[in-house]
Design a binder for this molecule. Structure first.
Ligand code: TXA
Ligand code: MG
Length: 310
């Protein structure tokens, strides 16, 4: 039998039994469990060492199943048609009779939902009669995984199975938009806000300092490699790794290129991989060249600012 198919079968079997496994998505790998099961979803929190108050994103493949769990509105349908499956997460109102586990929502009346694009995960979801809750497959506050090896680095033998789908294409988490009331961007991510604005004919902006934005998991400390990060640096110190987005005439062995031609999409894809690589070397800190805050550059800066407050 084709290897992917047998791996999907194994994944399905484990999920049906209420186990937790890792799944590939186009953004980052997720730590997945049956979203309707209290027992299965509680394992996610335990493995990740995640605070109970931090709700989970639920992944769907069909609108039909989503309709059992959430109230859908016009803005949702509009964005769904344009961008799903893809790197966008919607916050919607939860239906009263939804079967979603209380662990997932932390007893709140809203739900974060996403339609992932990765072919293996889509095929897996098609075989299940429940949606899957899946936060990024890393220990809380650490760097999100973009390969099977990254997931194993996080959890070792504690994880039952990783469905191997290669490197995540985007390499950064999804953009989160709340559609509960007026649309509001809650997290920058793999879908540029400018595209959402164009689709909705709006001018939404992300404001990191907006105290009204409540994304429990977007605390100040996040995505941390465990050593200090200094931003907008022209020249690194001794013993410091240097992350760059444009090729320099003279390179050094502590230089890590996110891109050599200022391609911000490419830089975004390499960000977590590079942070992980640097973490394994014995550097005392990380310096980062100035990255323009436009498009994916804004997302990279958002993650680096959070990662620098370790
Ligand atoms: O790309 C992604 O979104 C990945 C892949 C695996 O799908 N998932 C991911 O999940 O990044 P996680 O748990 O690492 O980040 C989800 C964020 C958390 O900060 C959480 O607090 C927030 O979404 N969230 C979940 N439910 C929410 C809700 N009902 N209202 C507001 N924020 C919510
Ligand atoms: Mg995460």
């Amino acid at each position: 039998m084709n290897k992917d198919l047998s791996n999907i079968k194994k994944s399905r079997h484990l999920l049906d039994k209420g186990e937790c496994i890792a799944i590939p998505t186009e953004t980052v790998y997720g730590l997945a469990a049956n979203a309707y099961s209290d027992k299965a979803t509680s394992k996610i929190f335990k493995l990740k060492k995640r605070l109970k108050k931090n709700p989970l994103i639920v992944h769907y493949v069909s609108l039909k199943m989503l309709k059992n769990d959430c109230k859908l509105n016009e803005n949702f349908f509009y964005l769904f048609k344009k961008f799903s499956p893809g790197p966008i997460t919607f916050i919607l109102k939860l239906k009263k009779n939804s079967k979603i586990s209380k662990n997932v929502t932390n007893n709140k009346k809203t739900l974060a939902v996403r339609f992932p694009k990765h072919i293996l995960t889509k095929k897996l979801l098609q075989k299940l009669n429940y949606p899957i809750a899946a936060p990024s497959a890393n220990i809380s506050t650490r760097i999100s995984p973009v390969t099977k090896e990254d997931v194993i680095e996080e959890f070792g033998k504690k994880i039952k199975f990783v469905l191997d789908g290669g490197s995540s294409k985007i390499g950064l988490e999804s953009t989160i938009i709340s559609l509960v009331n007026k649309p509001q961007i809650l997290r920058l991510g793999g879908l540029e806000v400018s595209k959402i604005n164009k689709a909705l004919k709006t001018k939404l902006k992300f404001n990191r300092k907006n105290k009204k934005i409540t994304v429990p998991g977007q605390g100040k400390v996040h995505y941390s490699p465990g050593i200090p990060i200094r931003l907008n640096i022209k020249k690194p110190k001794i013993n410091e790794a240097f992350m760059l987005i444009k090729k320099r005439k003279l390179s050094d062995k502590n230089y890590y290129y996110l891109s050599k031609r200022k391609n911000l999409k490419e830089a975004a894809k390499k960000l977590y991989k590079t942070l992980r690589m640097i973490k394994k070397k014995k550097f005392k800190s990380i310096a980062v060249e100035k990255i323009p805050s436009v498009g994916f550059g804004e997302v990279i800066n958002d993650r680096l600012i959070r990662a620098s407050k370790f």
